[in-house]
Write a protein that binds this ligand. Sequence first.
Ligand SMILES: Nc1nc2c([nH]c(=O)n2[C@H]2C[C@H](O)[C@@H](COP(=O)(O)OP(=O)(O)OP(=O)(O)O)O2)c(=O)[nH]1
Length: 128
Amino acid sequence: MVVAAALVDGDGRVLVQRRPAGKPMAGLWEFPGGKVEAGELPEFALARELEEELGISLDPGLVKPCAFASETLGTKHLLLLLYTLRNWSGTPAARHADALQWVYPGELHALEMPPADVPLIAALEKLV
Ligand SMILES: Nc1nc2c([nH]c(=O)n2[C@H]2C[C@H](O)[C@@H](COP(=O)(O)OP(=O)(O)OP(=O)(O)O)O2)c(=O)[nH]1
């Protein structure tokens, strides 16, 4: 199970990051996040991952469920839970990704994203 967040700024743009060389799906744009560890609540896993990947801190109670994807990836099955987040502390910085960008949800269609993310764009367009 993987949790990810669309950080939403005051203009209604969302943050995406580019997966670095050496990782599966390198070069694709994704929502910051990562795997939920055993015994961890999803919202706390998300707060941990966003601290590690972006250097921001957040209240796990303030993330809002947005959509999910269920997709077979090679020999594994991915359950991806996407949340939105509008309040956090700190300025996001690319600690793991090789680039960050803020885009309007409609602009996500033009980015190369993992297959599981593509159906999530429509949900974000409605919610943001
Ligand atoms: N973070 C994130 N992962 C995604 C998205 N879409 C998608 O298919 N994935 C997949 C890619 C990976 O197979 C998996 C996330 O694993 P990861 O390896 O990036 O996560 P992690 O940060 O826990 O990584 P690591 O410690 O194993 O390096 O979910 C997305 O939008 N965001």
